[in-house]
Design a protein around this ligand. Structure first.
Ligand code: SF4
Length: 193
């Protein structure tokens, strides 16, 4: 089963690395495909690759990634056990927000990740990931730390909302909220997996 899932992911990746569905293909260095076990119980979805990710081809490998690793560790979760991807797989220039048409063009790959891996939990990191998955505007300030039963791309899972780890770079208060959310997530995961 894991082998089949791995194979399906590699097929999706082969499609992604040559993708020119949106204008972000013109400015990317690399397509940053999701990383993590094919049978991961937890999937983290961020917004889009930044400079470091564009260079390394690894999601959350820059400054925000260091914070994410720290949050996971504090929550008793291991990065190597989770699957990490983004709403768009190519870096938006100057790290701007991905545009709605870019998100729509790349939805095929997010849906592909979710339908192949079928995780038990998806953590939406920030408002853009939350909005893309839920299909509506979400106030992360109000909704962070909440857990929903949700179905997306034919897979049913628990959806957990929190801030994007990069937000911790700009405010100690947000970092404290992120730490509390991840600790809560760690407890929920332990009680349900
Ligand atoms: S962001 Fe997604 S849709 Fe756009 S070119 Fe990259 S892989 Fe294709």
């Amino acid at each position: 089963m894991k082998e089949e899932t791995e194979k399906a992911l590699r097929q999706l990746e082969a499609e992604a690395v040559v993708c020119k569905r949106c204008m972000l293909h013109k400015t990317r260095t690399n397509v940053v495909f999701g990383v993590g076990p094919a049978d991961a119980k937890i999937m983290l979805v961020g917004e889009g690759p930044g400079f470091t990710e564009d260079q390394t081809k690894i999601p959350f490998s820059g400054a925000a990634g260091k914070i994410l690793n720290e949050l996971l560790r504090e929550a008793g979760l291991r990065r190597e056990d989770v699957h990490v991807t983004n709403v768009v797989l190519c870096r938006p220039p100057q790290n701007r927000d991905p545009l709605p048409d870019e998100i729509e063009a790349c939805r095929r790959f997010l849906e592909g990740h979710v339908s192949i891996i079928k995780p038990k939990f998806i953590v939406a990191l920030g408002r853009i990931a939350a909005r893309t998955l839920l299909g509506k505007h979400v106030s992360i300030g109000r909704e962070h730390g909440k857990l929903f039963d949700f179905t997306y791309a034919g897979a049913s899972f628990k959806l957990f909302l929190t801030y994007h780890p990069a937000a911790a770079l700009y405010g100690a208060e947000t970092k404290t909220r992120l730490q509390a959310d991840f600790k809560k997530l760690g407890q929920i995961v332990k009680s349900m997996v």
